[in-house]
Write a protein that binds this ligand. Structure first.
Ligand SMILES: [Zn+2]
Length: 105
C-alpha cells in the first residue's frame, strides 16, 4: 500500500480507486492499475484476487460471471460495470437472435 492512499473497505472501493472515466459522461472506465502478463486488469483485496472485469460484472449484475467477461462497447479495454457481459449473456443474445432470425431462410 503506497502512502497517502486510503485502504479500501471493499473490493468495489478498490475497483473505483483504480479506474478513471474515459469520456465526459463517465460511461466507459479505463483501468489504471496492475495487469497480468496476459494484459488482464487484476487487483488483490485482502489476499483475494479479482479481475477488474469480474468485479465490474458483480457490481452491475450482483452475481458471479460465467466464463470470460468482456466489454460489449467500442472502447478498447473498458471495465465499466455498465459495459461488461459474460459468456452466459452472450449465449442468451445468440439464442434470442437465432429465435428471431433463424427461421426466416
Ligand atoms: Zn465501455
Amino acid at each position: 500500500m503506497s502512502p497517502g492512499v486510503p485502504a479500501a473497505d471493499s473490493p468495489q472501493d478498490l475497483f473505483r480507486q483504480r479506474t478513471r472515466p474515459v469520456d465526459g459522461e463517465g460511461r466507459h472506465l479505463e483501468w489504471m492499475g496492475y495487469r497480468t502478463n496476459k494484459g488482464v486488469p487484476f487487483f488483490r483485496w485482502r489476499k483475494r484476487g479479482f479481475t477488474a472485469g469480474r468485479m465490474a460484472f458483480l457490481m452491475q449484475h450482483g452475481r458471479e460471471p460465467v466464463g470470460q467477461v468482456r466489454a460489449r462497447c467500442d472502447y478498447e479495454g473498458c471495465v465499466a460495470p455498465g459495459c461488461v457481459e459474460d459468456q452466459a449473456m452472450r449465449d442468451q443474445l445468440n439464442t434470442t437472435f437465432n429465435a428471431i432470425f433463424g427461421g426466416l431462410s
